[in-house]
Design a protein around this ligand. Structure first.
Ligand SMILES: [Cu+2]
Length: 177
């Protein structure tokens, strides 16, 4: 079959661009273990288990022995526990979230802190914040009280922040992928 030179150039060009797209995606996925922030670590969604599992309890802000800041939160109809948090500015903060009932959408408004919170799974992400006050909202309709499901995040300069408690290091995810 005779394919015109210009057509062949375009075909090869498109092929190379596609290979580039998929190549960068594969590279990021494999080399840095990139994965969605949920559906990796499982938990029994029974409230009695969730409220005592050390990965998400006690809820609130803590700092581990290495100085890393963790936020443990539970979403339930229709609240985030706890509903007020204070974290240090420009410091990596790792969020550990789960739900005891239905799917909720955790969104720290005007930041890149966002994940779906699914019963039976622990969602986890790490981000940093500029000082200020941020609204935490549920952005996935979860029932009749959905619009009341909010919390407040206060970000203060790191020098004036102290952890609510010092917590044991978070257990590593044994079976990550
Ligand atoms: Cu909700």
């Amino acid at each position: 079959m005779n394919v015109d030179l210009y057509e062949r150039i375009w075909m090869w060009g498109v092929g190379i661009v596609l290979a580039g797209f998929f190549g960068t995606m594969a590279f990021a996925t494999i080399s840095s273990g990139m994965a969605p922030p949920s559906h990796i670590e499982t938990i029994d969604p029974n409230p009695a288990t969730v409220m005592t599992d050390p990965r998400v309890a006690p809820q609130g802000v803590s700092q581990d022995a290495d100085g890393h800041v963790h936020v443990r939160m539970v979403g339930l109809t229709f609240a985030w526990l706890p509903n007020e948090l204070t974290v240090p500015a420009n410091t990596p903060v790792t969020f550990h979230l789960t739900s005891t009932d239905v799917v909720h959408g955790f969104e720290i408004v005007r930041t890149n802190g966002q994940t779906t919170v699914v019963p039976g799974y622990i969602s986890q992400f790490t981000t940093t914040f500029d000082p200020g006050e941020y609204l935490i909202a549920c952005n996935e309709y979860c029932g009749v009280g959905h619009q009341t499901m909010s919390a407040k995040l206060t970000v203060v300069p790191a020098a004036s922040w102290t952890a609510d408690r010092v917590a044991a290091p978070t257990p590593e995810v044994a079976d990550a992928h």
